[in-house]
Design a protein around this ligand. Structure first.
Ligand SMILES: *[C@@H]1O[C@H](CO)[C@@H](O)[C@H](O)[C@H]1NC(C)=O
Ligand SMILES: *[C@@H]1O[C@H](CO)[C@@H](O)[C@H](O)[C@H]1NC(C)=O
Ligand SMILES: *[C@@H]1O[C@H](CO)[C@@H](O)[C@H](O)[C@H]1NC(C)=O
Ligand SMILES: *[C@@H]1O[C@H](CO)[C@@H](O)[C@H](O)[C@H]1NC(C)=O
Ligand SMILES: *[C@@H]1O[C@H](CO)[C@@H](O)[C@H](O)[C@H]1NC(C)=O
Ligand SMILES: *[C@@H]1O[C@H](CO)[C@@H](O)[C@H](O)[C@H]1NC(C)=O
Ligand SMILES: *[C@@H]1O[C@H](CO)[C@@H](O)[C@H](O)[C@H]1NC(C)=O
Ligand SMILES: *[C@@H]1O[C@H](CO)[C@@H](O)[C@H](O)[C@H]1NC(C)=O
Ligand SMILES: *[C@@H]1O[C@H](CO)[C@@H](O)[C@H](O)[C@H]1NC(C)=O
Ligand SMILES: *[C@@H]1O[C@H](CO)[C@@H](O)[C@H](O)[C@H]1NC(C)=O
Length: 790
């Protein structure tokens, strides 16, 4: 097991020397590693050599693999033996218990001799280039818990013998070229909880036994060639949460028993040939996602859908649903995405749909809907959502105007808004005078005065309100009115607002940086955005600024905070508008929480992977160096998924200002050592910053609270050097979970990677894409391990 330690240090030659007066520490460290690595199997490492039978089997396995990258070099007879030094092999009492070689570029076949490794619990060879059949001898492994062969090029059929493995928990052979029928008794193991046969060419019907397994939680059969109707008896798979059967050729009706699965959270039957009504869907109370797209379902959309209080995605597009859209859909407040396109729906669009607070995606196109689109909906969604309904009107410049006159005469809204505005003015002025230190302050009083002025000057311009709203809705990615000399440029995004809306928003200061001040701004319609006011003196001249800003407005990635608009004021004021992130920055999330809030490792890992993804996109897709990546510049959305902020900000600034910022104290702790000489940030300095953030996630320590004059990388290095590795990790992570080998391995491997990223020499540091791959690999391994614990 010294292998781990060696690997851990291999990332940086600086840390390879041992302090030799630390015998006690060393023993402690070793026992930590052993505890981390073996407690799950409950077996102690006793140095026993691998048994002869296992050794022969492993040699045979190696012979049939094609080792393109030479990863199996350690599988030789000159070293310490299979149980001590062979990569990917774990043993207990001299017998092989796991083979774990994912993402290793392995080709060739899996040898039949694998069936000889009688103690084998886990086979993990996913994401390689293996060909040939899955050996039937795997069915003779009495201890097998997990078989992970996904994303290879395996062919032939799935050997029925696999149903003999009594302890099998996870079987994932997705993403191969397997064909033939699904063995009827596959679910014979009463412990099988994850079965993934998706993305293959299986044919025939879904075996009845699968719909009767009481242990199944995940059943994924999508993207195959399965035919005939669904099994009739689903009542006993009562634990099933995820059922994905999409992209097959299944036919017939939805069995009643399927609609009794009260644990089911996700149901995807899209792209099949299913028919009949979905009247009983309302009994699937836990459902979060329904996708029935592209089937032949008919009848009406039942009122009972309103019972699905956790539903966030409802996709019924491309079926034969008729009748009206039920009013009651407006009561499913959790709905995010509603797609009813390409059906035969008639009647008006219920205005209750505008009550859905979280609806971000709506598609009602290509039905036979009629009447006027509720104005709130036409403001929020563009014409794509309503097209192809010839009797529908009032949703955009290209749609027919509504024949009936508006109930409210056009000029009325204006005095109303003006009255509202002046009340607000009074309140603001009064509170400004009375409560000097209020957190909530109007952006600039001047702005509001400006609003008032432009509102009144707008009096002469009077397009009917419906079209002006529609115009606002379709102005996305365009410029809107330069009232008073200002100019607002929108990029694509869900929110619609005008320059005046923005200037009159109430704003709360979130933070200041060398580039400017960030505010949380609440628009009149209660939507929130983050606004960054840049310091005018250090921004580039307007022309260059606009060119750079529109490039930044095109950057779209789930882990990068999207720039939604910018505003140029008449006096050179510059505002950038971003999505508002309710969970604040990673720095405050990690370091400013109460003692009772813990951040578990999977959350931290997810954050690390997200940041790596965003950075990878920046480096490889848009050719951008961030230059100021810090935990303060990583924001977290409502799911604590990270979004990298301040992307490209330096491009909007004069180069002198940029050089200055790289040297400021806040970012100093994340700064690669070579930046003290060089002026320009590079991809490798970004990777260094990423490494510091990962260390921050591992240790729970802020780089600014470094000890004994050491910065975080140096501190971690010093502790590792003293062989007190367990001291490095956040104590929170060492409770409970860490006693399982999977979490322990994960922490050690992540630490090793982070140390690699903060190597003083830029040439040694990995690329962002390599960091991402490695993190995903570490996580995949851990996910695989989860299935193993008993
Ligand atoms: C044999 O494997 C050991 C580790 O088990 C490794 O240190 C050694 O370099 C390998 N020898 C060769 C010739 O590859
Ligand atoms: C699976 O279980 C069924 C009934 O429980 C039994 O008849 C069948 O022989 C078993 N199949 C295998 C391969 O063990
Ligand atoms: C099944 O495999 C597919 C493809 O590998 C993957 O996308 C999906 O997440 C897996 N589903 C489950 C439940 O494991
Ligand atoms: C499914 O079957 C059809 C015809 O039976 C065939 O054309 C198609 O290639 C098959 N798809 C796969 C993924 O095997
Ligand atoms: C809806 O979601 C909440 C939170 O995840 C959960 O507590 C509740 O049990 C769910 N409701 C149903 C009916 O499953
Ligand atoms: C929709 O309804 C029309 C008549 O109302 C019918 O001709 C058409 O076939 C229906 N379309 C579908 C897909 O059912
Ligand atoms: C649906 O919501 C409306 C308003 O929110 C409420 O008045 C009504 O009672 C709800 N209907 C049902 C059936 O819950
Ligand atoms: C809407 O989304 C927010 C953020 O995801 C969530 O906190 C809120 O509970 C959701 N509202 C409803 C009614 O589900
Ligand atoms: C509905 O499903 C189809 C395909 O499965 C997809 O193309 C479409 O985007 C989905 N609609 C929504 C709103 O997610
Ligand atoms: C409507 O908005 C969606 C995304 O919100 C976009 O993909 C689509 O191109 C827009 N369509 C039009 C006609 O503007």
């Amino acid at each position: 097991m010294a292998d781990h330690f060696k690997n851990l240090l291999a990332g940086n030659s600086k840390w390879t020397s041992f302090s030799n007066n630390a015998r006690l520490n060393f023993l402690f460290f070793l026992s930590l590693l052993l505890a981390l690595s073996f407690s799950a199997s409950g077996a102690k490492w006793d140095g026993v050599k691998v048994t002869r039978a296992d050794s022969q089997a492993l040699h045979a396995i190696k012979n049939e693999l094609v080792d393109f990258k030479g990863v199996l070099r350690s599988w030789n007879d000159t070293g310490a033996g299979a149980c001590a030094g062979w990569i990917g092999i774990k043993c207990a009492d001299g017998e092989v218990i796991s083979i774990q070689l994912p993402f290793k570029g392995l080709g060739g076949r899996i040898s039949d001799r694998i069936g000889q490794l009688q103690s084998l619990r886990r086979i993990s060879l996913h994401d390689n280039a293996l060909v040939g059949a899955i050996p039937a001898t795997i069915g003779f492994l009495p201890n097998l818990r997990g078989l992970y062969l996904f994303n290879n090029r395996l062919s032939g059929s799935l050997p029925p013998s696999i149903s003999n493995c009594p302890l099998l928990q996870t079987l994932d052979v997705s993403g191969n070229q397997l064909a033939g029928i699904i063995p009827p008794n596959l679910a014979n193991s009463t412990r099988l909880y994850r079965l993934n046969l998706s993305f293959n060419s299986f044919s025939g019907s879904i075996p009845v036994s699968l719909s009767r397994s009481s242990s199944l939680i995940f059943l994924a059969l999508q993207y195959n060639n399965l035919t005939s109707s669904l099994p009739d008896s689903w009542s006993s798979v009562s634990n099933l949460k995820y059922l994905t059967l999409d992209h097959n050729s299944l036919s017939g009706k939805l069995p009643t028993s399927l609609t009794r699965l009260v644990s089911l959270e996700e149901l995807d039957l899209s792209h099949n040939k299913l028919e009949g009504s979905i009247d009983e869907i309302g009994s699937l109370l836990a459902l979060k996602k329904i996708n029935f797209e592209k089937n032949n379902f008919d009848g009406s959309i039942p009122d009972s859908v309103q019972k699905l209080l956790n539903l966030s995605v409802l996709n019924l597009s491309n079926n034969r649903f008729r009748g009206r859209i039920p009013l009651i859909i407006g009561n499913i407040t959790s709905l995010n995405s509603l797609d009813l396109s390409e059906n035969n729906l008639t009647g008006e669009i219920p205005s209750s749909l505008s009550n859905l607070p979280n609806l971000t995606s709506l598609d009602l196109s290509y039905n036979h809907l009629s009447g006027a689109v509720p104005s709130l909906l036409s403001k929020k969604f563009n014409s794509t959502s309503f097209a192809g309904n010839i009797h529908l009107c009032g949703y955009g410049p290209s749609s027919p105007p509504c024949p009936t006159p508006e109930l409210t005469p056009p000029p009325q809204p204006k005095p109303h808004r003006r009255r509202k505005l002046s009340t607000k003015d009074i309140i603001l002025i009064a509170s400004g005078a009375l409560l000097f230190v209020l957190l909530i302050l109007c952006f600039v009083l001047l702005c509001c005065l400006l609003c008032k002025k432009t509102k009144s000057s707008k009096g002469g311009r009077a397009p009917p309100p419906s079209t002006s709203k529609a115009a606002a809705a379709t102005a996305a990615e365009g410029e809107t009115g330069g009232d008073g000399g200002g100019k607002l440029v929108h990029f694509d995004g869900p929110l619609v607002f005008t320059a005046n809306d923005l200037l009159c928003a109430t704003a709360e200061i979130m933070g200041k940086s060398s580039y400017g001040t960030a505010y949380k701004a609440t628009l009149e319609d209660e939507n929130q955005v983050a606004v960054k006011r840049l310091r005018e003196k250090i921004t580039k001249p307007q022309k260059e600024f606009e060119v750079e800003a529109s490039n930044l407005g095109k950057i779209r990635h789930p882990n990068i905070l999207a720039l939604r608009a910018y505003y140029l004021g008449p006096k050179g004021e510059k505002l950038l508008v971003y999505d508002y992130m309710p969970n604040g920055s990673l720095a405050s999330f990690l370091h400013a929480r109460g003692p009772e809030t813990t951040v578990p490792w999977p959350t931290r890992m997810n954050i690390a992977i997200g940041i790596a993804r965003g950075l990878c996109y920046l480096h490889s897709e848009v050719n951008h160096v961030h230059g100021n990546l810090t935990a303060t510049n990583v924001l977290l959305d409502e799911n604590t998924d990270p979004k990298i902020a301040d992307v490209g900000l330096s491009r909007l600034m004069t180069s002198a200002a940029t050089a200055n910022v790289v040297g400021t104290a806040g970012s100093m702790r994340y700064r690669a050592p070579e930046l003290s000489k060089l002026k320009n940030a590079t991809e490798k300095t970004d990777v260094f910053s990423l490494g510091v953030i990962v260390l921050e996630l591992l240790t729970g320590k802020s780089p600014s609270e470094a000890k004994d004059g050491l910065d975080l990388p140096q501190w971690v290095a010093s502790i590792v050097k003293e062989e007190w590795t367990n001291e490095v990790f956040d104590v929170e992570l060492m409770r409970g979970d860490a006693s399982t080998s999977s979490v322990g391995d994960e922490l050690l491997n992540t630490l090793k990677l982070a140390l690699h990223c903060v190597d003083p020499s830029p040439a040694v540091r990995p690329e962002a894409v390599e960091v991402l791959q490695k993190l995903e690999e570490i996580k995949a391994e851990a996910d695989v391990d989860v299935g193993k614990s008993e």
